[in-house]
Every structure is written in C-alpha cells, then in structure tokens.
Design a protein around this ligand. Structure first.
Ligand SMILES: C[S@@+](CC[C@H](N)C(=O)[O-])C[C@H]1O[C@@H](n2cnc3c(N)ncnc32)[C@H](O)[C@@H]1O
Length: 416
C-alpha cells in the first residue's frame, strides 16, 4: 500500500540536554533531564495539524513543524510522556530509533539486523510492524513489513534460540517503518493503542464521532468557554465529554489504562508519575455543558460514558427531540454532529436539515452553532450562510465543519 501519510527524511538525532520551558506551566515540578532529545512525530487526522501544533507549543515542545497528518517536534523522554498524556488532537506519538539508507531488500534486512532488538523487547513479548512507503524500490508496504519482521525474528532465533510472536491486534511493541525512496526511518509507537482510546467510552451509539476529531473540532471552533455549551444530538456524548474535559482542564490521558511506553524497558515510572500531575492551566469554567438526543437509549449510553469520565456533575443530558428544545439562555455555543443520512432517505434528509436551519433561526438566535456533516448538498438545506467551512475527515468520510452565527435577518443571507 502506498500512502501519503508522513514524509520524514530528516535527521532525528538532536544532541544536548533537554530543558523543558517552564513558563508555560502553572503547576509543574522541575523536569529538566539529561535525556537525549529526539525528533518526535505526533500523528493526527487531516485538518487538525494546526491545532495539534498549537497544543505542542502550549506544552513546551520546540522545533514544532507541521506536515501532512503529522506534526514533528523536539523532545526527550519527559516530553514524549507529556505529549501522550496531554495532547487532545494527537492519534499517536512516534519515537525514532534508527535512520538509514537501503537500496534493496537485502540492505533493508541487514540494517534491521544491525539493531539490537533485545534492547526493545523480550522473546516473551509480541510486536507488530507497520510500513508506509513512497518508493520505487520498496513499492509494497506489506512486503517491507514482512522483511523487517523476518530480520527481527531471525536475530532473536540466532541469539536466544527462540523468537517473539507477531500480534497485529494488541502487540507489546509497535514498530513503524517509513521509507522515502531509499531513506528509511524506523520508529516506535510510544502510545500503543491510539490516543483516541481515552478510556471513558464504555459504549457507543451508531456512528460515534472519533474522540480526537471531537477535541479538534472544539479547538477549531474557537470556543472560549465563556458561555453554555450544547450538543443537541449528542449520541454517546463524545463532543460533550471532550468539551467538559477541555473546560475543566482534565488531561486526555487521565482515564487511559496504559500507554505503549509503559511496557518499554526504559520506562521511568517516577518521571511519568510527575508528568501526569502537571497542569497546563485549568480554566475557571462556570457555565453549563448540556446535551440531548431524541433517542433515550443514546442518552443512557451517554450517561454511562459521562459517569466513566467522572463528569456526571459537570454535564447534563436528557432525552429530547431537537425540534422541541428551547435553550434556557440567550446565547450559547453549539457543536453538533447530526445524522449523515445512513438511516434517512435523501428527501427526508433534506427536510431534516431544513428543519434544523429553521430551528436555529427561531430559537437559537444569539448562538454560535457549528455543525459537522458529510453531505455538502444536504447541508445547504439548512438555509444559512456558513461563516466558516473547514474540511475534516470522520474516519474515511470527508466532512465539512461549518460555523453559523444566527442573528435576526440571517434568512436574507441564506446559502444558495
Ligand atoms: C451521528 S449521531 C451523533 C454521534 C455522537 N456525536 C457520538 O459521538 O456518539 C447523530 C445523533 O442524532 C440523533 N438525532 C437524530 N434526530 C434527532 C432529533 N430530531 N433530535 C435530537 N437528536 C436526534 C440520533 O439519535 C443520533 O444519536
């Protein structure tokens, strides 16, 4: 598989001690270390690179450089732990372990064999290899991952008489190889399970939004937390939970059971303990976070997820048809993800979006409303002119995230 994921043909190694810039921390311990610095890679969804770069700068990362679906930054072990724990819009954090040139598969095998894999895993542990290639020589990523896997298991067999197993579902060590022509970068996934697996979502309704995407939408919307927040089609509650975690300064890693780096040989549990107590500013949020959904089952699921995130006192949800909803305040902020049309006929969908637009014009004047949808033609039936449109992806589905500020007379400006 060829794919345009990340192009990283650069020097990973940065010498010198790592000094974490402390001015951004409101409460942190001194975490200056003599650890080696690396050029770390934070992977994300297309469209979230800018907000991820901002997040990285906020936690004190240096050398922040945006790429396609990834942001590069400099950091030591502490910064790698912090990035995993604090970044709401990263999917995974990769740490480079080797860079080399390979002109053919034998050279690739040899270079992989030169690495002492016993430094990274034991024969009792499992691993996986993911390859991304942009190369005329290495044009089959599956073949590249097989070659890397062979070199690793052959080394263990030679040196230890037995080999670690491959586990593609839940490996102890996730290895990535990125090849640009003949330049190869080998990286370890320090996150393990992707970072959108926050640990709070016990159940989902149909078509839940990805947690990283929801957090990214909240950041892109520019919500400054000075009013109530609404999601009137909240499904399993993801947008509400991400909004509440942001508003109350709860780190996204708080409820995760495990990060990949915790099973690494060099895991420093004291350092990670300190990192997980850092705070990057807790906003003094005094407003309400309110959700509703037409489906009582969705509300039950949302309640369970909200409870798992210890946010029952911070988020109120109720079963309610959006078209019967009357906001209690004159202004507010809404981010919502209405049905895309999987269960509605095209004509019904148009009428449904028309009704959403009418509802916004009648009962939500004074509100800033952001709506994500995958069907641009149908979104026109809202009958409102979007102030902003941002292209995003919900899984493989291309979507637009649109801002509508409804004032008296918005009808005149309706999108044609
Ligand atoms: C795409 S899902 C939202 C998923 C949600 N963001 C999550 O992460 O789980 C759309 C939701 O809109 C709800 N819905 C559909 N029509 C509605 C209406 N008239 N009023 C309120 N909710 C409605 C559905 O029950 C469904 O849960």
């Amino acid at each position: 598989m060829r794919n345009s994921l990340i192009k990283i043909g650069f020097n990973f190694w940065i010498s010198g001690p790592a000094f974490v810039s402390s001015h951004t921390f409101l409460k942190t311990k001194k975490l200056e270390t003599e650890e080696k610095q690396y050029r770390l890679v934070a992977k994300t969804f297309q469209g979230l690179e800018d907000v991820l770069a901002e997040e990285l700068a906020h936690i004190g990362a240096t050398g922040v450089e945006k790429q396609n679906r990834a942001v590069l930054f400099n950091g030591d072990k502490a910064m790698m732990y912090r990035a995993n724990y604090q970044l709401r819009t990263a999917i995974s954090i990769l740490k480079p372990i080797a860079s080399f040139t390979a002109n053919d598969e034998d050279a690739l095998y040899k270079e992989i064999s030169r690495i002492n894999w016993a430094n990274y895993m034991t024969t009792e542990e499992t691993f996986s290899v993911a390859a991304v290639t942009f190369s005329k020589v290495f044009n089959h990523s599956k073949f590249v991952s097989l070659k890397v896997k062979d070199a690793i298991v052959d080394q263990f067999r030679r040196r230890k008489g037995k080999r670690p197993d491959v586990d593609t579902q839940d490996p102890d060590l996730k290895i990535h190889i990125h090849i640009t022509e003949t330049h190869c970068d080998l990286l370890l996934d320090s996150s393990g399970d992707p970072l959108f697996k926050r640990g709070y979502r016990v159940k989902t309704t149909k078509a839940p939004i990805n947690e990283v995407l929801a957090a990214g939408m909240i950041k892109l919307s520019g919500w400054n937390m000075d009013c109530d927040f609404y999601d009137p089609m909240c499904g399993s509650g993801t947008i509400l939970i991400e909004a509440a975690m942001t508003a109350h300064g709860i780190a996204p890693g708080t409820y995760r059971e495990k990060f990949g780096f915790e099973s690494w040989k060099d895991f420093d549990s004291d350092l990670f303990g300190e990192i997980s107590e850092e705070s990057f500013g807790t906003p003094d949020f005094k407003h309400k976070i309110l959700g509703s959904d037409i489906s009582p089952l969705a509300i039950k699921i949302a309640e369970e997820n909200i409870a798992k995130a210890f946010l029952t006192k911070k988020i109120s949800v109720a079963p309610k048809n959006f078209f019967d909803l009357k906001p209690k305040t004159e202004n507010g902020f809404m981010i919502t993800n209405p049905p895309y049309g999987e269960r509605l006929q095209p004509d019904d969908l148009k009428i449904f979006y028309q009704k959403i637009g009418d509802k916004l014009k009648i009962d939500f004047t004074g509100f800033t409303s952001w709506i994500i949808g995958s069907n641009a033609d149908v979104m026109k039936f809202l009958g409102l002119k979007p102030e902003k449109k941002i292209k995003l992806f919900n899984g493989p589905l291309e979507c637009t995230f649109r801002k509508y500020s409804v004032y008296e007379g918005s009808l005149k400006d309706a999108e044609s």
